[in-house]
Write a protein that binds this ligand. Structure first.
Ligand code: HEC
Length: 127
């Protein structure tokens, strides 16, 4: 009986620590001005993945001329945020890369760009 009581107290402690940790993380991300790579990931998976693939290296078996840019490459990752934002916003003439300004708000483009940046960080080792 006694052991049971101690267990309950411990459990309550673990739950409350977990809960307050979650709230803290939420506050942190709300205060940053950078795009949110978590909502960006959702946009990427819904729209961009069918050409650029899950890791940004291009969807397997896709046949486009020119092929989708390798978003994990240092050539792409080396570009300035403003350059990549414009590429996504305006698209690229005579390629399959369309102008996403019609489908996505500026905020959403910043979010998806934040996600594209995560594809470049140690992408070799990531699953
Ligand atoms: C229909 C296929 C298709 C879809 C969907 C698509 N892209 Fe592309 N994208 C391309 C192609 C093809 C290119 C390469 C154009 C070229 O040769 O420079 C490209 C190029 C780019 C570039 C430029 C890379 C560079 O060289 O600077 C970025 C950034 C990019 N795409 C991001 C995105 C994002 C983010 C999305 C989702 C909102 C997206 N693309 C959706 C086909 C696509």
């Amino acid at each position: 009986m006694r052991v049971f009581g101690v267990g309950l107290v411990l459990l309550a402690g673990i739950i409350s620590v977990g809960f307050s940790g979650g709230v803290g993380v939420e506050n942190l991300s709300a205060s940053t001005k950078e795009g949110d790579s978590v909502s960006g990931r959702e946009i990427y998976v819904n729209i961009c993945i069918r050409c650029h693939g899950i890791n940004g290296k291009g969807e397997q078996g896709i046949k486009l001329v020119p092929p989708p840019a390798d978003l994990s490459s240092s050539a792409v990752q080396g570009r300035l945020d403003g350059t990549l934002f414009r590429r996504i916003h305006e698209g690229k003439p005579n390629t399959a890369m369309g102008a996403w300004k019609h489908a996505l708000s500026d905020d959403e483009i910043w979010d998806v760009l934040a996600y594209v940046r995560t594809l470049g960080v140690g992408s070799e080792g990531q699953p």
